[in-house]
Design a protein around this ligand. Structure first.
Ligand code: MSP
Length: 512
């Protein structure tokens, strides 16, 4: 098995500012990337912006700007979102970059050469908001009697010359591909949805447009620009240096994981593998779709005015609290609701009380009663010690298994099970009482707690990188000993611990 691991976020449309929906997909991918690095993989983590197409062109026009200046501005906001969230991407791709135009032209040329692209005429419905074509039978009628896309997007009738991708010819091969690769689509419900869509039959896909200019020119036919989804999906290849087989990152293809939202699973799980198979290129190993966030029970939308911008949240609550909340609150794959009250409650109960107090209580006692030095492990261990230490030792595997199937909320739940058990342990062992009766046992109890917190902080690094780094600093774990492998090596007895400092302050809501 290769130790390379390539994970991607969707590339974001630059027609509007980043919101928590975008933040969530990026965070999910970031946890995977950070986890894989701690496991020792050579990780390539990609994010970026999707800058072509009618939707972006229209947004630029509405803003009174030419598309390039407009996209430069909004791409900057997405870059800033990544930085603010602590996303550890290794590259940020923009589809307006020259390297991407080269990759798209190369892929297109291969698809023409393989006979999978032909010139025809497109007549049908198009939804600019979704950048998607819809069949007559897919449309629905809204309350005003208007025909709209199943997603609620307005549609327009389009009639123009167009190149087509011979998608209809790929139905059987796609079904065989899903059959042979049962883990290609996650979670399971999405897989069933995709399989039944493909079973229902596939039409050839229009892959070029002539009615607007903001796109990548079709090689040899500059009247046409490429359909924005063919352009966009190719970003994942571009970043590996495609078509140069000797590019430094060429070995990262195929991608191990495309993290996407549920609305774009069809593009990633049907069109993308079909394009790749047609071009004779390896297909990605997995596409996993998250659900959607609503806000205080309502759909997030500019017109309702309830769009939550990650930067504002981070400013108020701190980066790690936002990361923790988003990943903890929504069972991955399901939809979730963002509410201020839920965020504050998780912050105060799970971060400040459960984890913050555990660290504070134990470390303050070591500072006061053990000269700030790590006391030795209990000899012999009593059952309560073993039970808790074993529970902690099981965490890397338990969280790893959950993260492998993108069950981030369960991964966090596993960690909290141990944190709660550690709090129960400290209450039962009552080291403050032992102080007077058995100082050695008091030290031993505190040492068990340090070992448990070390494991907890190590496995939580991908979720809350800053605060877990601070916690590991306080436990005097050297920077080079923070991988899972390093957990096997116990900390040295007598190590001096820095003076303890609170990690998660309670949030006092002025509004409530
Ligand atoms: N540009 C395309 C993706 C191309 S990938 C080759 C696109 N961009 S997007 O900006 O509209 O959406 C990007 C991601 O954000 C999608 O995965 C989408 O599901 C996610 N979200 C947008 N709104 C969301 C919520 N309200 N909740 C959760 N995720 C949401 O699609």
């Amino acid at each position: 098995m290769s130790d390379r691991f390539y994970v991607t976020t969707p590339i974001y449309y630059v027609n509007g500012a980043p919101h928590i929906g975008h933040a969530y997909t990026s965070l999910a991918a970031d946890v995977v990337a950070r986890w894989k690095r701690l496991e020792g993989h050579d990780v390539f983590f990609l994010t970026g912006t999707d800058e072509h197409g009618q939707k972006v062109e229209k947004a630029a026009l509405d803003a009174g700007l030419d598309p390039q200046s407009f996209t430069d501005g909004v791409a900057g906001q997405f870059r800033a979102m990544s930085e603010a969230l602590g996303i550890s991407n290794d590259d940020f791709i923009r589809t307006t970059e020259p390297r991407h135009k080269i990759a798209c032209a190369a892929l297109w040329t291969r698809l023409v050469a393989s006979g999978d692209i032909y010139l025809g005429h497109y007549e049908g419905w198009y939804a600019v908001r979704d950048e998607a074509f819809y069949g007559e039978d897919e449309l629905v009628t809204n309350a005003h009697g208007l025909r709209i896309a199943p997603t609620g997007a307005p549609v327009e009738w389009v009639r123009e010359p167009s190149y087509f991708f011979r998608l209809s010819a790929w139905q059987d091969r796609l079904l065989a591909f899903y059959e042979a690769n049962p883990d290609f689509i996650g979670p399971g419900a999405r897989r069933n949805e995709v399989v039944s869509f493909v079973r229902g039959g596939l039409n050839d896909l229009s892959v070029s447009r002539t009615s607007f200019r903001w796109g990548i020119e079709v090689p040899g036919d500059p009247e046409h620009v490429m359909y924005v989804w063919l352009d966009a999906l190719t970003n994942y290849l571009t970043a590996t240096g495609y078509p140069d087989p000797d590019a430094p990152r060429a070995g990262f293809w195929p991608a191990d994981l495309h993290m996407v939202g549920k609305d774009i699973i069809r593009f990633h799980a049907v069109y993308w593998p079909a394009f790749l198979m047609a071009a004779g290129l390896p297909t990605p190993r997995r596409v996993c779709a998250n659900g959607w966030w609503t806000v205080e029970g309502e759909k997030m939308s500019k017109s309702i005015g309830n769009v939550i911008e990650p930067s504002a949240l981070i400013e108020q609550f701190g980066r790690d609290a936002v990361r923790f909340f988003l990943l903890r609150e929504m069972p991955f794959g399901n939809d979730g609701d963002f509410s201020r009250r839920a965020l504050i409650s998780r912050l105060n109960v799970e971060l400040a009380n459960d984890l913050g107090n555990l660290a504070q209580r134990s470390l303050a006692m070591i500072a006061r009663n053990c000269e700030g030095r790590l006391p030795p492990m209990p000899v012999p261990l009593i059952e309560a010690d073993t039970v808790l230490l074993d529970q902690a030792a099981a965490l890397p595997k338990l969280l790893g298994d959950a993260i492998e199937v993108q069950a981030f909320h369960s991964a966090l739940e596993e960690a909290w099970r141990v944190i709660r058990a550690a709090n129960a342990y400290i209450d039962h062992q009552a080291p403050w009482a032992l102080k007077k009766t058995d100082a050695v046992r008091m030290g031993a109890v505190l040492r068990v707690l340090v070992e448990v917190m070390r494991t907890v902080a190590t496995v939580l690094q991908p979720f809350m990188p800053d605060s877990m780094a601070r916690m590991l600093d306080q436990l005097a774990v050297p920077a080079e000993a923070r991988s899972f492998a390093a957990l096997a090596e116990p900390l040295a007895d007598g190590t001096v611990l820095p003076p303890p400092q609170g990690i998660f302050p309670r949030y006092v809501d002025e509004v409530a």
